[in-house]
Design a protein around this ligand. Structure first.
Ligand code: WT7
Length: 687
C-alpha cells in the first residue's frame, strides 16, 4: 500500500458528519460533537447515573442495588441485579409484540442453479440458500436446544464448547447456552484439533456442539473430524467429552460414536419448547473466549452477564446508530468465533432489535463481488468489516462494488487493526459512495466492546484514527509512570477507570489476570491501577487517538491475534527444529505477516538426509498450520545457524523484526549481541 509511516503521521484530511436525514436516519442518537463532548464529560463526572441509564435499555428480572463495586482490579457491575442475555436478545421482543419480526437473516455460501426449463433452457438463475428467522422461531429453537443441553446434564455455570460454521444454528447454540445459564466457549472453525483440546481442557467442558462440516470457498471444512480427533486426545486426559451435538450442514460422511454423538435434529425434536430463561446474577459468567497473549497458551477471557450486555447494547446502538423498526439490516462480517462476532453479530445488535445478517462463506465465492451482491440483495444499511478485507477488495478492483447497488448503506465500520488511510479512503469512496461515515472502532476481546470510536452523527473523522473515547470510557495515552502524555507523543494506551464491558478475569488464572492487565500502569496520584491494553498509541492536538499496535509479543495477522510463543511452540514440536523465534513483518494485505526464524537440528538433517531448502520451509509452515490453524501459517520461514541473543540469553526480537522487515540499517543498539556474525548470516538468507 502507498501509506508510509510519514504519510500516516501527516494525515490531515477531516470528514465532517452530515445531518441524519441525508443518510435516511430519523435521528442521530448523538447528533453533534458538542453533544458528544457534554455527554462524555457527564458520563465521567457521574458514572453511576450514566451506566444506570445504559443498563435500563435492557430488561432486568430484578433491579440492581448498586451500579458498581470497585475493588481494583475486581469490578462488580449492577450488583444484585438479575437478567438473562437470551431473554434480552429474543424473548422480550416476542413479548413486546415483535415475534413475527425477522431477527436473523442468513445466507449460505453455495449457489445452486435452478434446473433449466426443458423447452426453453432459460431460468438459469443462481439460487441462494437463504433463511429469515423471526424472534418467535429463535425463541422456540433456543428453548428446545436449551432443554436438550439440560437433558445431557448441562447445568447453570457449566461451559459448553461450540465449534460450528456460520449458520443460524451457531447463533441459536450461543443463545441457548445463555438461556439456560451455561457459559459458551466458541472456538473459531478455522482452528485445528489441538486448539480444541487446549480450550476444552482449560474450560473443563463436557459438551461440544459442532456440525458435520461447513462450506468455505466451495470446499467442505470437516469440523466433526477435527472434534473427533480432539476427543481422542481428550480421552487420555481427565477431561472427557460426554456428548457431541452434531448439526447436519453439509451431509458429508462422518464417523459416529454412538452414546456420545447426537444429531442436532434428533436432540431438539425430542426436547420441549418450554424452557424459561434462567435468571442470572449480573456477575454470572456469560461466556469464555480464548485469545492469545504474550506467553503460554491462549487465555480464557471471562465476560459476565449484566455489564457486558449493557456495554455491547450501548456501543452497538451509538456506534452504528441502530434504530429498530426503521428498515435497518446490520451486517458484521466477522466470524462468531471472534469477539466481534459475539458482540456485534449477536448480543449488541440483537438486544437492540435490529436484524443481524449472517453469511456463511468467503468473500470470493463464487466471485470477488459476493459481499457487494449480498449488500445489494439484502439492502444492508450498516456494514462492519476488517481492514485486511478492505485491502483485499482494493486489490480485486473497483469494478466489483461498482457493479452493485450499494445505496442502502449508511454507516461503515472497521475493526481489528489500525486501518491505513489509503484503505480508509477506498472504503469511504468505493463502498460508502463518499456519503457514509466510516467508524474505525478500537477495542479488544478484553474490553467487550468499542472503547475508542467515532459516533457517526457526531465525530469528524480522520482516515487512520479511531478518534475519541466511547461515552463512559476514560481513555488516555500514558508513560510507564502512568502520567498522561502531551499531544503527539507516543505512549501506552490505558483506561483509567472500570467500565461494564471489561473482562472479569482470565479463566482459572487469577495471577495472569492481575499481572497482564492491572500491574503495569497505575495512577501516579492515587496508586489505583489503570487497565493496560498492551497497545501503543498517541493522541493528536484534537485529542484523537492513533493506535500504533501491540507492545507485547502478540501479532495481529489479518486482525487475528496470535502469540509469537504459540507459533514458536508449534515450530519446535517439529522433530527437525532446535529453536525458533517468531516476529511480525509488514504485509500488504494482512497488515502484519508472520516471519519465523528457525535453527535446525544438524543430527536430524543428517539422519533424514534433508537440507535446509524451500521444501523444508514449506513443510515447517504447513506444520504450524496443522498444529494451530491456517491463520497461523508463517508467511516467511528463514533458517539461521543461531538466533541473536543478549548476554542474558534473551532473543533480540526487535532486531529480528528489523531483519524481517528488510530494514537496511540495523537501528537497534547491538552492543549486547552475543554473536554479531549471526546477524550477517540471517541477512544472507533473504528470500
Ligand atoms: C487488538 C485486539 C476487537 C475486535 C477485534 C480484535 C487491535 C483492534 C483496532 C483498531 C487499531 C485495533 C489492537 C488490539 N485493534 N481494533 N480499530 N485500530 N488497532 O480483537 O483479537 O482481542 O485484538 O486488535 O492491537 O489490542 P482482539
Amino acid at each position: 500500500m502507498a501509506d508510509t509511516i510519514e504519510s500516516v503521521l501527516n494525515e490531515s484530511r477531516v470528514f465532517q458528519p452530515v445531518p441524519a436525514a441525508q443518510l435516511r436516519f430519523s435521528h442521530w442518537h448523538v447528533p453533534s460533537l458538542d453533544v458528544y463532548k457534554a455527554l462524555h464529560a457527564k458520563s465521567l463526572a457521574d458514572p453511576d447515573t450514566f451506566w444506570a441509564d445504559a443498563a435500563n435499555h435492557l430488561a432486568w428480572f430484578k433491579p440492581w442495588s448498586r451500579v458498581l463495586d470497585w475493588n481494583p482490579p475486581d469490578a462488580q457491575w449492577f450488583v444484585g441485579g438479575s437478567l438473562n442475555a437470551c431473554y434480552n436478545c429474543v424473548d422480550r421482543h416476542v413479548e413486546s409484540g415483535h415475534g413475527e419480526d425477522v431477527g436473523l437473516i442468513w445466507e449460505g455460501e453455495p449457489l445452486s442453479r435452478r434446473t433449466a426449463h426443458p423447452a426453453t433452457g432459460s431460468h438459469y438463475a443462481p439460487m441462494h440458500e437463504l433463511r429469515w428467522l423471526r424472534y418467535r422461531e429463535l425463541q422456540q429453537q433456543t428453548a428446545r436446544l436449551g432443554n436438550a443441553l439440560k437433558a445431557m446434564g448441562v447445568k447453570k455455570g457449566d461451559v459448553v464448547t461450540i465449534y460450528m460454521p456460520m449458520v443460524p444454528e451457531l447463533v441459536i447454540a450461543v443463545l441457548a447456552c445463555a438461556r439456560i445459564g451455561a457459559a459458551h466457549s466458541v472456538i473459531f472453525g478455522g482452528f485445528a484439533p489441538q486448539a480444541i483440546v487446549e480450550r476444552v481442557t482449560d474450560a473443563k467442558s463436557r459438551v461440544i456442539i459442532t456440525a458435520d462440516g461447513g462450506f468455505r470457498r466451495g470446499e467442505i471444512v470437516e469440523l466433526k473430524k477435527n472434534v473427533d480427533e480432539a476427543c481422542e486426545t481428550l480421552a487420555t486426559t481427565p477431561t472427557k467429552v460426554t456428548n457431541v451435538i452434531v448439526l447436519q450442514r453439509t451431509g458429508s460422511r462422518i464417523d459416529w460414536r454412538p452414546g456420545r454423538d447426537v444429531w442436532w435434529h434428533d436432540a431438539v425434536e425430542a426436547a420441549s419448547a418450554d424452557c424459561p430463561c434462567e435468571p442470572m446474577d449480573s456477575e454470572d459468567m456469560l461466556f469464555l473466549l480464548y485469545t492469545s497473549g504474550s506467553t503460554g497458551k491462549p487465555k480464557g477471557i471471562l465476560h459476565t452477564t449484566g455489564g457486558y450486555l449493557t456495554f455491547v447494547n450501548l456501543t452497538a446502538r451509538l456506534t452504528f446508530n441502530l434504530i429498530p423498526d426503521a428498515g435497518q439490516v446490520f451486517w458484521c462480517t466477522a466470524d462468531v468465533g471472534w469477539v466481534t462476532g459475539h458482540s456485534y453479530v449477536i448480543y449488541g445488535v440483537m438486544s437492540n432489535r435490529v436484524p443481524t445478517l449472517l453469511y456463511e462463506g468467503a468473500p470470493n465465492f463464487p466471485a470477488n463481488d459476493r459481499f457487494w451482491d449480498i449488500v445489494a440483495r439484502h439492502r444492508v444499511t450498516q456494514l462492519y468489516t476488517a481492514p485486511t478485507a478492505i485491502r483485499t477488495f482494493m486489490k480485486w478492483g473497483d469494478d466489483h462494488p461498482a457493479k452493485h447497488n450499494l445505496s442502502t448503506l449508511r454507516v461503515l465500520g472497521t475493526v481489528g487493526e489500525p486501518i491505513n488511510p489509503e484503505a480508509w479512503m477506498w472504503y469511504h469512496t468505493h463502498i460508502g459512495g463518499g456519503r457514509c461515515p466510516v467508524v474505525d472502532t478500537y477495542w479488544q476481546t478484553e474490553t467487550g466492546g468499542h472503547v475508542v470510536t467515532p459516533l457517526p452523527g457526531a465525530t469528524p473523522t480522520k482516515p487512520g484514527s479511531c478518534t475519541l473515547p466511547m461515552l463512559g470510557i476514560d481513555a488516555a495515552v500514558v508513560n510507564e509512570q502512568g502520567e498522561e502524555l502531551p499531544p503527539n507523543q507516543g505512549g501506552l494506551f490505558a483506561i483509567r477507570r472500570p467500565w461494564p464491558g471489561m473482562l472479569r478475569g482470565v479463566f482459572g488464572d487469577r495471577d495472569r489476570f492481575v499481572k497482564t492487565y492491572w500491574s503495569r500502569l497505575k495512577d501516579p496520584a492515587t496508586g489505583q491501577p489503570f487497565y493496560f491494553a498492551a497497545d501503543g498509541a498517541r493522541r493528536d492536538q484534537d485529542g484523537y487517538f492513533w493506535v500504533m499496535g501491540r507492545v507485547d509479543d502478540v501479532i495481529n495477522v489479518s486482525g487475528h491475534r496470535l502469540g509469537t510463543m504459540e507459533v514458536e511452540s508449534a515450530l519446535v514440536s517439529h522433530p527437525g527444529v532446535a529453536e525458533a523465534a517468531v516476529v511480525g513483518m509488514p504485509h500488504d494485505l494482512k497488515g502484519t505477516g508472520i516471519c519465523a526464524f528457525v535453527t535446525l537440528k544438524p543430527a536430524w538433517l543428517k539422519a533424514n538426509a534433508r537440507t535446509p531448502d524451500d521444501a523444508l520451509k514449506k513443510e515447517l509452515a504447513a506444520h504450524v498450520a496443522k498444529e494451530i490453524g491456517p491463520i497461523a501459517r508463517p508467511d516467511s520461514v528463514r533458517f539461521a545457524e543461531g538466533l541473536p541473543k543478549t548476554r542474558s540469553g534473551k532473543i533480540m526480537r526487535r532486531l529480528l523484526r528489523d531483519v524481517a522487515a528488510g530494514v537496511e540499517k540495523i537501528t537497534q543498539d547491538t552492543t549486547t549481541l552475543e554473536d554479531f556474525s549471526v546477524v550477517a548470516k540471517l541477512r544472507a538468507d533473504e528470500e
